[in-house]
Write a protein that binds this ligand. Structure first.
Ligand SMILES: NC(=O)C1=CN([C@@H]2O[C@H](COP(=O)(O)OP(=O)(O)OC[C@H]3O[C@@H](n4cnc5c(N)ncnc54)[C@H](O)[C@@H]3O)[C@@H](O)[C@H]2O)C=CC1
Ligand SMILES: O=C(O)C(=O)Cc1ccc(O)cc1
Length: 361
């Protein structure tokens, strides 16, 4: 939906096991054609110059699609939206004939509403979208995905694939279990549920919206990320224990310190990720004699909090190229520069005005 809204000329084939979902997507103009997995039109589309395959099914269905792509010797870019990466990475290595063409992805946006009814063309505006390139990821593949993701209003964050599951356990999977626990607590205390829940203020609603999500999906996510989720739950038990301890000990200072620490961290979260000026900065990084420049450089930029607006690859000669990253004015450019130099890159920075950066075909 988001991509078709931005690129109405694009051709998108939607593949779903549900004929109702396919019909609905077609009717809304969110796909230009639709197929069920066994339909011949799926194979024809993939073999007929399809540039990107996005696997956005429940994780249990992923292997089946890797097997199909393998049987069809698909050589384009493959990405996914799965909430966990351990299984999908193993499956990609085992099942795809060209596993380096798989660039794991994960939009950090979604809805508690299941199925196509939860889809919205503006869902990804202002959201972060994780990509996990590695040293085998072709710069051109990353560039293409970056272009598509930024075109729908999301911001790409590069994250080493081995760090993904631990990171999302902390910011997504533990919070989901806690949201469900909050609702469970309230439910247990409600003789007449409606009466108690009517008392719930905005705070309760803000922190529990995600608990309405699909139990099937979230049970899958929990078990796919069992080790990191268990560690996160042990840690949160400890944190809740500290609050309880402060209360039992009558220690107002400890309670205030715990609350202050969280309040400061929460207030520091920007409401929206908007650059404060229109100034752009171009970073040019030579790519010779080195694999994985795009993964390394974009990961360093993400760690420094920098936002890459666009990526270009300038082919200087047949075997030398320069990676050009255009950054908005966010993040710590000093840290970015220091880290790139520490990693052995010879980088050059130059300011750009937005006008200069207007893309010319
Ligand atoms: N719900 C959310 O907010 C987010 C979900 N994700 C991830 O995205 C993926 C999809 O999740 P949702 O869109 O929420 O699920 P969903 O349940 O809303 O949609 C999944 C769709 O896949 C279809 N489907 C199921 N099995 C299939 C198969 N074998 N072949 C083709 N289609 C099949 C279903 O009919 C349905 O239309 C999951 O891996 C999930 O972890 C990622 C970020 C956010
Ligand atoms: O609904 C929301 O706000 C979410 O946070 C949705 C979500 C669900 C699963 C993910 O892996 C990522 C995001």
């Amino acid at each position: 939906a988001a991509y078709r809204a931005q690129c109405p000329e694009s051709e998108v084939l939607g593949v779903d096991i549900s004929p109702e979902t396919n019909a609905s997507a077609l009717e809304r103009g969110w796909v230009t054609a639709a197929a069920e997995p066994g339909d011949a039109s799926f194979e024809e589309f993939v073999k007929g110059g399809c540039e990107i395959v996005v696997i956005a099914t429940p994780i249990a269905a992923v292997d089946e699609y890797f097997e199909r792509l393998s049987a069809w010797d698909y050589r384009g870019v493959v990405t996914d939206t799965a909430s966990t990466k351990a299984h999908i990475l193993a499956a990609a290595c085992e099942l795809l004939p060209h596993p380096h063409n798989f660039v794991p992805g994960h939009p950090m946006a979604g809805s508690e509403v299941n199925g196509i009814e939860g889809a919205r063309a503006d869902l990804f505006k202002g959201a972060h979208w994780i990509l996990c390139p590695d040293e085998n990821t072709a710069a051109e593949h990353f560039q293409l995905l970056h272009e598509v993701i930024t075109s729908i209003g999301a911001r790409v964050i590069s994250l080493p694939r081995e760090d993904h599951d631990e990171a999302v356990a902390v910011v997504s999977h533990v919070p989901h279990i806690i949201a469900s626990s909050l609702v469970e607590l309230a439910s247990r205390h409600a003789d007449d549920q409606q009466a108690l829940f009517r008392l719930a203020a905005g705070g309760f609603k803000d922190s529990t919206r995600i608990a309405a999500g699909s139990p099937k999906l979230w049970c899958g996510i929990a078990f796919d990320n069992a080790a990191a989720l268990s560690r996160g739950l042990a840690e949160i038990r400890d944190i809740v224990g500290q609050f309880a301890q402060a209360l039992e000990a009558g220690d107002r200072e400890a309670m205030t310190a715990l609350l202050s620490h969280a309040a400061e961290a929460r207030r520091a979260l920007p409401a929206a990720w908007v650059p404060s000026t229109e100034k752009l900065l171009e970073v040019r990084i030579p790519m010779e004699d080195r694999k994985g420049v795009v993964a390394e450089a974009t990961t360093i930029a993400s760690q420094a909090g920098c936002n890459i607006q666009s990526i270009e690859i300038d082919h200087i000669t047949e075997d030398s190229a320069v990676l050009s990253l255009v950054l908005t004015d966010e993040g710590d450019v000093g840290q970015l520069s220091a880290q790139l130099i520490k990693a052995g890159f010879s980088v050059s920075f130059s300011p750009l005005s937005p006008k200069e950066h207007t893309h010319v075909e």
